[in-house]
Design a protein around this ligand. Structure first.
Ligand SMILES: [Zn+2]
Length: 239
């Protein structure tokens, strides 16, 4: 094992035995590292205080050279501290999705870094932040929805959304593939969200939660990614 120093965002902490944790961070190049952090659950651990999810840190660790060995954290120094605690579903969602990204890419880092301010800003609508995070995740994962015209025939006369067809469809195609008919404002919300016209979606806030739920199912069906902490999110939503 060789000692390595890298900077990045802490995106997960998982209990490991009585005193230790497994931590995950994403570095400036979009590489994900998983490390054993020994003793961080002890009261006097200096590292523990610095290990807040969302913190931008300098990580000093022994990088495992073999696949079946785990890297070991030596020390962590905070460069940019997150304002804690954060009871925002969007914040948990962002970290969870960042953890689901498999292939190293600078785009992963950009995804996390650009959305962290939305997810942590208490004055930014939490559900709107969740929608933007889900949309950006779809884009990053190559399962974006097509919202310009009918996905089947190219007609401009949009009737409704069809998640199986990954986009909006017209009256004609709706009659032929008759499935679910969504309200007009729901379709408009999908359109503006996936066109990234985020200022225009404010008028449709009554559909925010239902679109969040649909996108969670869509991500599960199209990518096989299950967003596990949904109940946890709702717990915080109720507060
Ligand atoms: Zn059509």
């Amino acid at each position: 094992m060789s000692q390595t120093i890298t900077k990045g965002f802490l995106i997960a902490r998982l209990d490991h035995g009585t005193f230790d944790e497994i931590i995950t961070f994403i570095d400036d190049y979009g590489n994900k590292f998983v490390c054993l952090a020994k003793g961080t659950k002890k009261i006097y651990s200096k590292n523990a205080r610095n290990l807040q999810i969302g913190n931008y840190c300098e990580f000093i660790f022994f990088l495992a050279r073999e696949i079946n060995k785990i890297s070991k954290l030596v020390k962590v120094n905070v460069i940019k501290q997150i304002q804690w605690p954060i009871f925002r579903t969007s914040f948990f969602l962002l970290n969870e999705l960042a953890n689901k990204l498999i292939y190293p890419s600078i785009k992963n880092l950009v995804f996390y870094k650009n959305l962290l301010p939305l997810a942590t800003n208490p004055t930014f609508n939490d559900q709107k932040a969740q929608l933007i995070i889900l949309q950006k995740f779809c884009k990053l994962s190559g399962v974006e929805l097509f919202v310009d015209k009918c996905v089947l025939c190219g007609s401009n006369k949009i009737k409704t959304m069809n998640f199986n067809l990954k986009g909006l469809i017209c009256q004609n195609c709706f009659t032929q593939n008759n499935k679910e008919l969504y309200p007009l404002n729901f379709n408009k919300l999908v359109h503006f969200l996936f066109k990234e016209k985020y200022d225009s979606i404010n008028n449709f806030s009554s559909y925010y939660q239902s679109l969040i739920n649909y996108l969670v199912v869509y991500i599960k069906n199209s990518l096989g990614i299950k967003i596990l902490d949904q109940n946890f999110f709702h717990f915080y939503n109720k507060k």
